[in-house]
Design a protein. Structure first.
Length: 318
């Protein structure tokens, strides 16, 4: 579900079956989290609008003047944002539904516990997709054509070297991007099976799990949630906390509290970090939390595209 900032922008999104994300880390994170072939709906004013399939993703140079949206200047920060990261969508179903419907509970709970939107997008689970695929009616309206042939495209890249950062073409490597990499890495069943075995998880196959983004809880939120896509009798879950840098003892305590909050169906919890200190390792062992180290060898000195990051990305039990 894609958050839209104003009614006018929502109308333009629907008119052109088109979505754009800002020239910041949240925008490029959303751009990479959403894949061609995914299904999306627009979210505005606590209502969900329509169902679309993502047909194409494009990053556009010099998008300050690229239609259909005008740049937005925020009063508090005085910063002006525009929309270089674009999705071309195919309308599937037409509906306009309030989030108070039970079918939207997974996303609505996240919104309620977070106290509002403050996010570019919210990932729904398989159950919710099945529900919205039966809402409203099949799309019958015509969509206006948006001609962007005069604008050049680019592939965004990421770097830890601040001297070569040049937003939106080169962006700083951020925890959001690491979260997206972890999710894509685990979607390879071989990788997920290796980590399940390494952390002692038995009796559940990778094919039964869906990999979701942030899950809000009364005490905070977990960065990544793995849960059974089609539970029967039990609904097993694995929660992940993601840290770009070294893990600290507070991370372990926080993750342990989340595990208690979810309860007995949380079969394991993983802390993913770059570096692990001995005191953190000891506390994790006491709390029965698995620490997973990630590595991206080429990132330290280069600017890498998301595809290059994913090719270079590794996770292993510490």
């Amino acid at each position: 579900m894609l958050s839209v900032s104003t009614r006018q922008n929502l109308e333009l999104c629907i008119k052109f079956a088109h979505s754009g994300f800002m020239n910041n880390i949240s925008g490029v994170w959303t751009f990479h989290e959403i894949k061609e072939g995914d299904y999306v709906s627009f979210l505005y004013g606590a209502r969900a609008y329509n169902l679309y399939k993502v047909e194409q993703k494009v990053a556009i140079k010099n998008s300050e003047t690229c239609p259909p949206w005008q740049p937005i200047t925020f009063q508090q920060s005085k910063k002006t944002y525009y929309f270089p990261f674009r999705l071309f969508l195919k309308p599937i179903r037409e509906f306009n539904e309030p989030l108070v419907r039970a079918e939207f509970a997974y996303v609505a709970e996240n919104l309620l516990l977070r106290g509002g939107y403050r996010r570019t997008h919210f990932q729904a689970d398989q159950t919710m997709l099945q529900s919205v695929s039966q809402m409203g009616t099949l799309w019958k309206n015509r969509v206006s054509i948006l001609d962007l042939t005069d604008f050049q495209k680019f592939v965004p890249s990421f770097s830890k070297n601040r001297e070569i950062v040049n937003i939106p073409e080169v962006l700083p490597f951020h925890e959001y991007i690491l979260q997206a990499l972890v999710k894509d890495y685990l979607r390879d069943f071989r990788h997920l099976q290796e980590l399940l075995q390494a952390t002692g998880v038995t009796g559940i196959s990778p094919e039964r799990l869906e990999i979701l983004g942030e899950k809000a809880l009364p005490q905070g939120h977990v960065d990544i949630l793995l849960k059974e896509a089609n539970p029967a009798g039990t609904s097993y879950k694995i929660i992940l906390e993601i840290k770009v840098g070294p893990a600290i003892t507070r991370d372990i305590s926080q993750l342990h509290n989340y595990t208690i909050e979810i309860g007995a169906e949380c079969i394991t919890s993983w802390l993913v970090a770059k570096d692990i200190r001995s005191n953190v390792q000891k506390l994790a062992l006491d709390k029965r939390i698995s620490i997973i180290k990630y590595s991206i060898p080429e990132l330290n000195s280069n600017a890498l595209t998301y595809g290059e990051l994913l090719n270079d990305f590794k996770m292993e039990l510490s």
